[in-house]
Write a protein that binds this ligand. Structure first.
Ligand SMILES: [Zn+2]
Length: 291
């Protein structure tokens, strides 16, 4: 009996609804429009040109909220407040995700070579020294690669030359190559920062010397760009001593330009350095997974 009363009440409601409304309203509105109507019930429709729009909206809101909404399991809250938001960890996290590609570098020996150091600061611009940036990123990369299972050897871990101070540049570079050779490294990666007299130039690029190093250069460059959003200056073949004289695959990454004001600020920030390290790690893991 109670249900009959409800049915009658609904019929009366529907009849009065039809009576109040002209026949221009379509009942076949798609569900997403319905949902929009539900969430926008307090906002008058700008597309309604009729002077009775406010009343119609009010009646609609009532019907949808009290009858159609519950029937269709549509509530205002379901389209506005309760959509779960996934917050993905950014590369800037102090604790980078260790479960991602963890172990992907197990058994690999990787030599990380922060360019310059000690009496040789490398490029200097905008109060940023290349040797400092290179070392800061290298230490973060050491953590990243170690987490991924690699055995990491640093040519330097603090602000000093690799060969004894006062050595020639040739001796300094040879000392770096010697570490890679004597440890039978699977990969040698040298980190540098760039400069140019045109201070509008910015971006990252990766160099290789031999054909065997071309694939890893490309993969690391792409991963670095996608992690940092830096201007992609691509990969190039080059004759730099450290990548020419190492027998294993070896690359030299120019992470950005200290001569560019914007990029110098980024390179000097721990947040951006983390992104660089994470990007390079991803590239290296991808490279070894494809070998
Ligand atoms: Zn350099």
């Amino acid at each position: 009996m109670t249900s009959n009363k409800i049915m009658i009440a609904v019929l009366v409601l529907m009849l009065s609804f039809n009576f109040l409304l002209p026949l221009t309203v379509s009942y076949a509105a798609p569900l997403d429009n319905l949902a929009q109507t539900l969430t926008a019930s307090t906002v008058s429709s700008s597309s309604s040109g009729s002077s009775g729009g406010g009343l119609i909206n009010t009646i609609f809101s009532f019907l949808f909220d009290k009858i159609l909404g519950p029937l269709l399991h549509l509530g205002s809250s379901s389209t506005t407040g309760s959509v779960p938001t996934t917050i993905s960890p950014s590369g800037s996290s102090a604790n980078p995700p260790s479960n991602v590609d963890s172990g992907g570098l197990k058994g690999k020996v990787i030599v990380v070579d922060p360019g310059h150091g000690g009496s040789n600061p490398g490029a200097v611009g905008n109060n940023v020294r290349e040797s400092d940036i290179n070392l800061a990123v290298a230490l973060k990369l050491q953590d990243q690669l170690t987490q991924a299972g690699a055995k990491v050897i640093m040519t330097r871990s603090s602000d000093h030359t690799v060969a004894p101070e006062g050595s020639t540049l040739g001796q300094e570079l040879a000392a770096r190559v010697e570490q890679a050779e004597s440890n039978h490294a699977d990969l040698f990666i040298s980190l540098h920062s760039n400069e140019n007299s045109d201070n509008s130039i910015q971006g990252a690029m990766t160099f290789y010397n031999s054909a065997q190093s071309s694939p890893v250069a490309l993969i690391v460059q792409n991963a670095l760009i996608s992690a940092t959003g830096a201007n992609d200056k691509g990969t190039s073949q080059a004759n730099f001593y450290v990548i020419r004289s190492t027998s294993m695959p070896s690359i030299l990454v120019e992470m950005g330009f200290v001569s560019n004001g914007q990029e110098a600020v980024k390179l000097n920030s721990s947040d951006y350095q983390n992104k660089i390290a994470l990007g390079i790690r991803k590239g290296i893991v991808q490279y070894f997974s494809q070998k």
